[in-house]
Design a protein around this ligand. Structure first.
Ligand SMILES: [Zn+2]
Length: 240
């Protein structure tokens, strides 16, 4: 049953909540997202996902316990997988690398399927050009989780305008900059310096260390994309 609002103010908050939900759905994966221990996901996928950056280098639980999480995980790690399981795991791996839930991921897939060319490559391109991914690739931070937060909290400007939508898609020619007032933030400064010590920037991006900025030169080819997955398996999973 829907509660009838008692007064105008309550009506307004209910309306705002509804609008927020609709909006979140549109921008994709804002409301529900995994908040558990990230390296548990490394164990689940059997590969380091670098969701928190450094953590996977120094204290990833996968190094200590090479088994699937859960009571019966031990025997399942090396077991032969069914075709379906292989496809599903590949999809989950990619989805978790981006950190979005199934619905927006599926939405991206459907967009990709409608575009010309290879669906798998289109999908990777859609995900690769997300603002949160580009923020990380440009070296503003080494972790995806932090990159997403930086965008959400409005620290990142695209072509001079604040964009706080992680799924925002960048285009060739776009400039991505750390907001002027955020440049004094010691954390952001440290991250920038840390990542730029040995940053291997993909050739489709350009980073300007002098002023905390980066540029998208062109769209990446498949070889220049950062996701080590077999996208064909994901296409097969969804095309059944
Ligand atoms: Zn890890």
């Amino acid at each position: 049953m829907v509660a009838v609002p008692e007064n105008h103010a309550e009506f307004k908050t209910q309306l705002e909540k509804k609008l927020f939900n609709i909006y979140s759905e549109l921008i994709g994966g804002c409301v529900s997202r995994y908040t558990g221990a990230v390296c548990k996901l490394c164990r689940r996928e059997g590969t380091k996902l670098f969701l928190k950056g450094e953590k996977c280098f120094s204290k990833c639980i996968l190094d200590k316990r090479k088994e699937i999480p859960g009571q019966h995980g031990k025997g399942r790690f090396n077991r032969k997988q069914s075709e379906y399981a292989k496809r599903l795991r590949e999809k989950q791996k990619l989805r978790r690398m981006i950190g979005i839930s199934e619905k927006p991921f599926r939405h991206n897939f459907e967009l990709a399927a409608r575009q010309k060319g290879l669906t798998g490559e289109n999908l990777l391109l859609l995900l690769e050009t997300r603002l949160d991914n580009v923020t990380q690739r440009l070296g503003f931070t080494i972790s995806k989780v932090a990159a997403r937060q930086m965008v959400l909290h409005g620290h990142i400007l695209v072509n001079g305008k604040s964009v706080n939508i992680p799924s925002f898609r960048v285009k060739p020619g776009d400039q991505v900059v750390l907001k002027e007032s955020s440049r004094n933030n010691p954390v952001f400064k440290r991250w920038w310096e840390q990542t730029h010590q040995n940053l291997t920037l993909p050739s489709w991006l350009e980073s300007n260390t002098a002023d905390y900025s980066g540029k998208i030169k062109n769209l990446p080819s498949r070889a220049e994309m950062s996701f080590p997955v077999n996208e064909q398996l994901i296409v097969e999973l969804y095309s059944k």
